[in-house]
Design a protein around this ligand. Sequence first.
Ligand code: KIV
Length: 259
Amino acid sequence: MQKITINKIIKKKNKNPIICLTAYSPAIAKIADKYCDIILVGDSLGMVLYGMKTTKEVKIETMILHGKAVKKSASKSLVVFDMPYKTYSNKLIAYKNAKKVIKSTNCDAIKLEGGKKIVKIIRYLTKKGIPVMGHVGLLPQSSNNFKTRGKNFFQKKQIFEDAMAVSNSGAFAIVIECVVESLAKKITKSVSIPTIGIGASIHCDGQILVTDDMIGLSDFSPKFVKQYSNLKKIIEKSVKNYSRDVKLKRFPSYKNVYK
Ligand code: KIV
C-alpha cells in the first residue's frame, strides 16, 4: 500500500472524496488504515475514552501516548495529531509543543482549532515545516455548547472569514464542524484546500466522524452521525454470556485448559 502524503490529500480536492476517521488505539487504527486517507488522533478521546466533560481537560502527554500507538499501527494513512487546549496559545509555545509531538509520535501533521485568531501560528508552524490542518465552525476547545453554527448572518460571515484565513495561511486541509449546509458549500467552493466535514454536509471534499460514535460505542448520537453498527449491544451480549458461563461453570471448558 502506498503511503498517503499531504500532496495526495490536496490533489483530491474537487475530485475524490477524502475519507477520515478518528483512532485512539492500535486495534481501530489498523482497521481505519485499510480504508481511510486520514486518521485523526482526536482530542475527543478525553470525552470518549476518559469520561471528561470537555476536551479542555486533555493533556498533551495523554495525547502523545495515543498518538504513538496509532502512528505505529497505521502504515498507509496520513496520521494527524490534534493539539490539545492551551498547547498553542502563541506561535512559540505552539512550535515547541508541535516539535515535541512530531518527534515523540512521528505523526505526519497536527490539527489546530480556530480561524483568524490563529493565522500567525499556522503561518509560523508551516514555515518551520510542520504541516497543519485547520478546524473551523464548532470549536469544542473554546465553546460552551454543541449547537449548529452559521445559522445567522454574523456567524456565517465570521466562520467564512475564518476558513478563508486558515486556507490562506498555509494549512493543507480544514475541518468544518457542525455548520449549516449552505455555509459548508460556500467555504468548500471558495478555499483552495480540501474541506473535511463533520456535520457539515455532502458538499465538503471529505468526511470525518468520531469512530466510537459511528460504531455505536459512545453515548453521543447527534443527527450528523450515521451509526454503522451497535458495538455496545454486541459487547453487552458477550459480557452477559461470559457471566452466565462462569456462573454455570461452563467456562473454562476442556478447550481452554492446558494439559
Ligand atoms: O477531536 C476530534 O475527534 C475532532 C473531530 C471531531 C474532527 O476534532
